[in-house]
Design a protein around this ligand. Structure first.
Ligand SMILES: [Fe+2]
Ligand SMILES: [Fe+2]
Length: 482
């Protein structure tokens, strides 16, 4: 079944080292979380540097520093799970809404309404705008609390899935609580909020203001919200290094991953073995798949199909493991595409499709930051390439499309065709196979399709349409309770 090139490549490993520093992987993937939140690239890493400097002033224990380090990098793990709801509520771009919300005092009704007015239905009429604002205002603080709860609880659960400490999960859960008891989601007050959560809350706000408005604004914000949003002793710790020019200019470094590696407590350096890399891929696949009810379980299903195809080629267990990982992570760049586009009930316009087409490049750039993932990044970045060179994002020809990429592409297209889209029904297996067959040699590799068919003939693969419909139903009923 294999030609000689594919046969040689079927034994390539996509992840080079069996033992990688965990912080390197997490730092790199944190950029995907920045994209989801609409923050500039590196937001989580800079927040981590700020928070770890505060921790050193407060002389936190080594164990607390280690827990804080990962809480700061992964504080936005749950951020994709409320993106669809936010885009629907505002009728706008969830990235823009989430980012701008971090620049206002949302506990002030006046600022909240102004933010709503500026961000609701930006392309609609004033009547559309008013309708959206009225819905949000009618939901009141309860709906804000619910959005925060979804995000914080989901983030804490994924942190636990990564086998991070309880202290890390708790800090993520407490991220948006305020010292004065007016934060979200649980209205915790003062020292009832975990110290690590208090540090994360301040560090993320300082970073957002720093990147958007500069250091003086960030310090002014921290002072104004001292003893309101933020623990006074944590703000005071921040102020001890306000004049450290080297520290603040260092946050503009192009090597934030390298800088961060110096802050992970040396006694507690975590490494990711084979199982650890698998867990990271599984966790981030959940983050990606939670972005839209329409993509529910897409990445995990592509992984199952891609491994099925790879197995027909006689790939080794190690290679199948890497195929599964890359399939789980292939759409990580989709976190950079707004739900306004992903969940649109009609076909995307050319302009919107241009936005969607950026996602494999985002996947490539995010994964490429991990040295041991350079081949994994190539394959993930190539999953929308076509043999005739008319794919994206590079538009390369067949001779530059590797075996693993061809396997992934066929699995991805087959999975997407057999799932529902907002603007079309799901196809059955036969229909999807016949579409793929019509594209042999131009878009896809015929050997990979034959392997898929061979696998399908002996596998009882259930459609995910039912699961998709359940996810859409959950999404719709959560909107109707507002
Ligand atoms: Fe994709
Ligand atoms: Fe995909």
């Amino acid at each position: 079944m294999l030609d000689s090139v594919c046969a040689a490549q079927s034994e390539y490993r996509l992840v080079r080292s069996p033992s990688i520093r965990f912080s390197e992987i997490i730092s790199a993937l944190s950029v995907a979380l920045d994209l989801t939140q609409g923050h500039p690239q590196g937001h989580s890493m800079r927040s981590c540097l700020i928070g770890m400097r505060i921790a050193s002033v407060l002389s936190l224990s080594v164990a607390d520093c280690s827990a804080l380090f990962y809480a700061l990098l992964l504080k936005d793990l749950g951020c994709s799970s409320n993106a669809a709801k936010i885009a629907y509520l505002f009728g706008g771009d969830d990235h823009q809404i989430k980012h701008s919300a971090r620049l206002i005092d949302w506990t002030s009704p006046r600022q909240c309404i102004k933010h709503c007015w500026e961000n609701c239905a930006p392309d609609g009429s004033n009547i559309d705008k008013l309708a959206k604002v009225a819905t949000i205002v009618a939901g009141g603080p309860k709906s804000g609390r619910e959005l925060s709860e979804i995000r914080c609880e989901r983030g804490a659960a994924i942190a636990k899935m990564l086998r991070l400490s309880d202290a890390t999960a708790e800090a993520i859960r407490d991220l948006d609580e305020h010292w004065n008891g007016k934060g979200n989601p649980n209205r915790k007050k003062g020292e009832n909020i975990s110290l690590l959560g208090r540090i994360c809350g301040l560090a993320q706000s300082v970073e957002v203001f720093l990147s958007e408005k500069g250091l003086p604004s960030a310090l002014k914000m921290a002072n104004e919200r001292r003893a309101k949003w933020f623990d006074p002793q944590v703000v005071d710790a921040l102020l001890t290094f306000q004049s450290d020019v080297d520290f603040w200019s260092g946050l503009r470094s192009n090597d934030l991953i390298g800088k961060l590696s110096l802050w992970e407590p040396p006694d507690e350096i975590l490494t990711a073995d084979e199982e650890g890399v698998d867990r990271v891929a599984e966790a981030f696949a959940q983050v990606v798949d939670a972005k839209s009810p329409w993509t529910f379980q897409h990445s995990t299903r592509v992984a199952e199909i891609a491994v099925g195809i790879g197995a027909q080629f006689g790939c080794s267990e190690a290679m199948l493991r890497d195929i599964r990982r890359v399939a789980l992570l292939h759409d990580i760049g989709k976190l950079g595409v707004s739900n306004k586009i992903l969940d649109k009930p009609s076909k995307p316009t050319d302009e919107e499709f241009a936005q969607i087409k950026k996602h494999p490049e985002y996947s490539y750039k995010i994964l490429k930051q991990v040295q041991a993932f350079d081949q994994l990044a190539e394959v993930a970045g190539g999953h929308h390439e076509r043999l005739d060179g008319r794919g994206y994002f590079r538009g390369v020809l067949a001779d530059q499309i590797s075996f693993s990429t061809r396997v992934l592409t066929v699995a991805d297209i087959f999975e997407a065709l057999t799932a529902k889209r907002p603007y079309r029904d799901a196809m059955d297996c036969e229909q999807a196979q016949s579409i793929l067959k019509g594209d042999i040699g131009r878009g896809i590799d015929g050997n990979c399709l034959a392997a898929l068919q061979q696998w399908l003939a002996k596998t009882n693969i259930n459609s995910r349409v039912e699961l998709q419909l359940d996810a859409i139903e959950r999404h719709s009923s959560s909107l109707s309770t507002l």
